[in-house]
Write a protein that binds this ligand. Structure first.
Ligand code: GLU
Length: 199
């Protein structure tokens, strides 16, 4: 299990998030990734290996965003690979970073597959993004879809969640896994480790 960091700010957050990931490097990790909200789009970048490789991708893409989630992964389900790196998305709409283990992911995956959801990773995490999307397609708003989803999860999780259609909302959730909240002036952060917010 490694770390998440997310920010809702008035500043461009891409570099801030990568800086936070660097601060959590001491915990160990096998991949890194981030999702940045860009009003109508989400920039989704992932890299196998070092945070600095993600940083290079960020510099090349140079997205501007004030709302984002980021992750360093310590694989528990599914090999270390770019496909298994977080954030995981459902239909390029809901994006999730997860620190922890979903114990009942196999049962949840079967149910979601029957509902037509296609899985692109081997992780336990991907059931979370698809489940939120599932409830939203049933007419729930983002908050209610997240609440319905976490009611189904067994295990440990700290989550950062973005929705393409909610450009003003960052959701943080925790159960057993650690998650701290950082309050700034007109900006807010969540992170697995207070170290990630030290700057
Ligand atoms: N269980 C998730 C995975 O294997 C999250 C691991 C973590 O906490 O980094 O992708």
């Amino acid at each position: 299990m490694c770390g998440i960091i997310a920010a809702a700010s008035y500043r461009n957050v891409g570099e801030l998030l990568v800086e936070g990931l660097h601060k959590m490097e001491y915990r160990g990790y096998d991949s890194a990734g981030l999702a940045l909200h860009q009003e109508k789009n989400i920039a989704h970048l992932r890299a196998l290996g070092k945070v600095s490789l993600l940083e290079e991708k960020l510099k090349l893409a140079n997205p501007s965003s004030t709302l984002g989630i980021a992750h360093t992964r310590w694989a528990t389900h599914g090999e270390p690979s770019e496909k298994n790196a977080h954030p995981h998305s459902s239909k390029n709409n809901i994006y999730v970073v997860h620190n922890g283990i979903i114990e009942n992911h196999i049962t949840l995956k079967e149910t979601l597959k029957k509902e037509g959801f296609k899985f692109s990773s081997q992780t336990d995490t991907e059931v979370i993004s698809h489940s939120i999307q599932f409830y939203m397609e049933k007419g729930k708003d983002l908050d209610s879809a997240v609440i319905s989803t976490i009611a189904k999860l067994k295990g440990a999780y700290a989550l950062g969640i973005l929705d393409k259609n909610n450009p003003d909302t960052l959701i943080g959730v925790r159960q057993q896994s650690p998650l701290v909240i950082g309050e700034g002036f007109e900006e807010q952060f969540i992170a697995s480790d207070i170290m990630a917010l030290s700057n």
